[in-house]
Design a binder for this molecule. Structure first.
Ligand SMILES: Nc1ncnc2c1ncn2[C@@H]1O[C@H](COP(=O)(O)OP(=O)(O)OP(=O)(O)O)[C@@H](O)[C@H]1O
Length: 260
């Protein structure tokens, strides 16, 4: 039994607006164990970012509970969050951009740079530490942004569509790399994605959300050992689950819309 790190128990979230109260999340429960890779996939506008903001302790649920069970450093958040956009500062070098999260959290610049340098080869950025963002490819920029998140050594990583804006080949290359990295570094990850193959390829478990208000519509376990390689994409388990998920997300969504 994998030690649970995050336990989300029946959380709901609603917002008061001028047009009344809107319910965005409805009784979502999920669990993430130490070292697990979990994906959350759902239709656009279903409430994924709201869920992430709750997991990142930026928002409180209206009801239900979120428990973080791993130990955290005093006064630091439990998770490190990588948003969709890389948010690299154009005037900072690769190493200073990667160190920024640590520096903002109070680590001295020198120590932060040292920690970043130890990760440069893992993130395939050796020799590029003095480069500026405009000198980097899209894939490199995302690796810098991910390094900024990983170097903080928080118990939980929250990745919000990290490869959504990249071209197909770069995205695929980074998915393979992230699969290896997450196992090598023992990362515990929750990933938001719209990309069905990405969710299945990377994850131990995929939570499929319904249209708003988001409920857990389906949970797909992916028991094949990680990291996976190209051959996993040809397995019967993968193609079966890919079809199932696509049907759920398209037909399920359409069915719901038709009855609303
Ligand atoms: N602070 C807020 N006040 C009112 N409504 C909000 C607020 N935050 C989010 N919403 C609404 O909640 C719904 C879900 O938004 P959210 O950004 O969580 O969806 P999402 O699944 O991440 O969308 P996408 O996939 O398009 O990024 C939207 O209808 C949004 O307008």
């Amino acid at each position: 039994m994998i030690e649970p790190l995050l336990v989300v128990d029946g959380i709901s979230k609603s917002f008061s607006t001028r047009r009344g109260t809107i319910s965005v999340i409805d009784e979502i429960s999920l669990q993430v164990g130490t070292g697990e890779f979990v994906s959350v996939i759902g239709p656009s506008g279903s409430g994924k970012s709201t869920l992430f903001n709750i997991l990142a302790e930026q928002l409180r649920p209206t009801s239900g509970s979120v428990r973080f069970l791993g130990s955290r450093q005093p006064k630091t958040p439990f998770s490190a969050y990588m948003p969709q956009k890389d948010l690299l500062m154009p005037w900072l070098t690769v190493e200073d951009n990667a160190a920024l999260g640590l520096v903002l959290g109070g680590t001295r610049k020198r120590e932060a740079r040292d920690r970043v340098r130890q990760l440069l080869s893992t993130f395939r950025l050796e020799g590029r530490e003095k480069a500026y963002p405009f000198e980097l490819s899209g894939g490199m920029r995302q690796r810098v942004a991910l390094m900024r998140t990983v170097v903080q050594q928080r118990p939980l990583l929250l990745l919000d569509e990290p490869f959504g804006a990249l071209d197909y080949l770069t995205r695929t290359e980074l998915q393979f790399w992230l699969s290896e990295l997450s196992v090598e570094q023992g990362l515990t990850v929750v990933l938001i994605t719209h990309d069905v193959p990405e969710a299945l390829f990377l994850s131990d478990r995929v939570y499929v959300l319904s249209d708003r208000p988001a409920r857990v519509q389906m949970v797909l376990e992916q028991p094949a050992p990680r990291p996976r390689d190209l051959s996993y994409l040809e397995t019967e388990a993968f193609t079966h689950d890919e079809r199932l998920l696509l049907a759920e997300l398209t037909h399920g969504g359409l069915r719901q819309k038709a009855t609303q």
